[in-house]
Design a protein around this ligand. Structure first.
Ligand SMILES: NC(=O)c1ccc[n+]([C@@H]2O[C@H](COP(=O)([O-])OP(=O)(O)OC[C@H]3O[C@@H](n4cnc5c(N)ncnc54)[C@H](OP(=O)(O)O)[C@@H]3O)[C@@H](O)[C@H]2O)c1
Length: 338
């Protein structure tokens, strides 16, 4: 039997607009060798997240792009195969940031041991990981939902949106979700327990959202932008808070936007309604991580917070699955089983 090699998915070219399979290349390389202070990892699960579209682009952003020919970046759950690092031994399961590949070496700086008995290890990439933390920190720090208020969030069947709505309800607020298609909308309402759900593909989105929010909107957790923002904006109440978390509807855009310049109208409403719009990247709230881990794990154990994962088999499927994520073809936290 031949020795295993390292299957790597690298960025082949930068997309213009929607990424395609031609922007990725699958390569086979020798297994990396381990030095002192490192571990050799076999990737078990790879997280696919909307931010990766930004890493494919050379446009200046909050993080450096992936270079052409480099392995695509990403959070991973991995098994330690070989260790030359104190505190880690073969067989340990860890959270790492090893990217789209089957094997990797890592030093200890971005490794966290996982306890498979405490929670399914995939949750470290979703509800108990970066997306769950994004929902928790962005909603509670910026959104600050109060009992009786209305909280609206889109991409409501995904890991961020589903947690936002459920945490809002745990804080006594009314949660209104926006999702794409009847199946996702039913799940958001029935399993995640949102008070109301609106389908953003409906031609009457604005009217349906207004009907679902009879008392207006106090917190809009912005995940998508685009026409969802247009429907939300007139419904914002005085002193509404808007954590600007993501703009997935725009990620495949080349920079040209349709329609007239709406900035003067938006600025007038920010002024006259005393709105708070605040962008954030979850890493800025890192100090809240221990509180998040404890509280989220308790909510899951008590069964008051649910999550959904969408697991795709085979690392080779990662490009297609990622392209689908930006178009809503995932249903829950998108993870690749390597
Ligand atoms: N600021 C931060 O630190 C941070 C961290 C993590 C994530 N984020 C952001 O949070 C948002 C949600 O992330 P996630 O991981 O939970 O993603 P997700 O919900 O698993 O996937 C993205 C979803 O966006 C929806 N979508 C795509 N295009 C849309 C459009 N044109 N209009 C309306 N909805 C659209 C789709 O759901 P439907 O089928 O329901 O439309 C799709 O499933 C993203 O914007 C992401 O970039 C930000």
């Amino acid at each position: 039997m031949s020795a295993p090699d390292n299957l790597r998915i690298v960025l082949a070219s930068r997309p213009t607009g929607r990424p395609g399979p031609e922007n990725f290349r699958i390569e086979h390389a020798a297994l990396p060798s381990v030095s002192d202070g490192q571990v050799l990892l076999r990737i078990l699960y790879l997280s696919l997240d909307p931010y990766m579209r930004g890493r494919m682009s050379a446009v200046k952003s909050y993080a450096a792009p992936v270079e052409i020919g480099q392995v695509m970046e990403g959070g991973t759950v991995a098994e330690v195969l070989e260790s030359r690092l104190a505190d880690f031994k073969p067989g340990d399961i860890v959270l790492s940031h090893s990217g789209w590949q089957s094997h990797a070496v890592a030093d200890g700086s971005r490794l966290r041991k996982l306890d498979p008995a405490a929670a399914p290890v995939t949750t470290a990439l979703g509800v108990l990981g970066m997306p769950g933390f994004t929902a928790y920190s962005g909603l509670l720090t910026i959104g600050q939902p109060k009992p009786g208020e209305t909280v609206v969030v889109a991409a409501a069947s995904g890991p961020v949106g589903s947690a936002v709505g459920q945490i809002a309800r745990l804080k006594g607020a009314r949660a209104v979700g926006i999702a794409g298609g009847a199946e996702k909308c039913a799940f958001v309402r029935e399993t995640f327990g949102f008070d109301a759900v609106v389908d953003h593909r409906s031609p009457d989105l604005a009217a349906e959202l207004a009907a679902a929010c009879p008392d207006g909107i106090d917190v809009y957790f912005e995940n998508v932008g685009g026409k969802v923002w247009d429907a939300v904006f007139p419904l914002l109440n005085g002193f509404a808070r808007i954590p600007v978390c993501g703009l997935v509807a725009q990620y495949n855009s080349s920079g040209e936007f349709e329609g007239p310049d709406r900035l003067p109208v938006v600025m007038r409403q920010i002024l006259t309604k005393s709105l708070t719009l605040r962008g954030f990247i979850q890493t800025e709230f890192a100090a809240q991580r221990p509180a998040f881990q404890a509280e989220m794990a308790r909510w899951i154990a008590e069964g008051v917070l649910k999550y959904k994962e969408d697991i795709v088999e085979g690392l080779e499927q990662a490009p297609q699955a990622f392209i689908g994520l930006l178009e809503g073809r995932n249903f829950g936290k998108l993870i690749v089983k390597a």
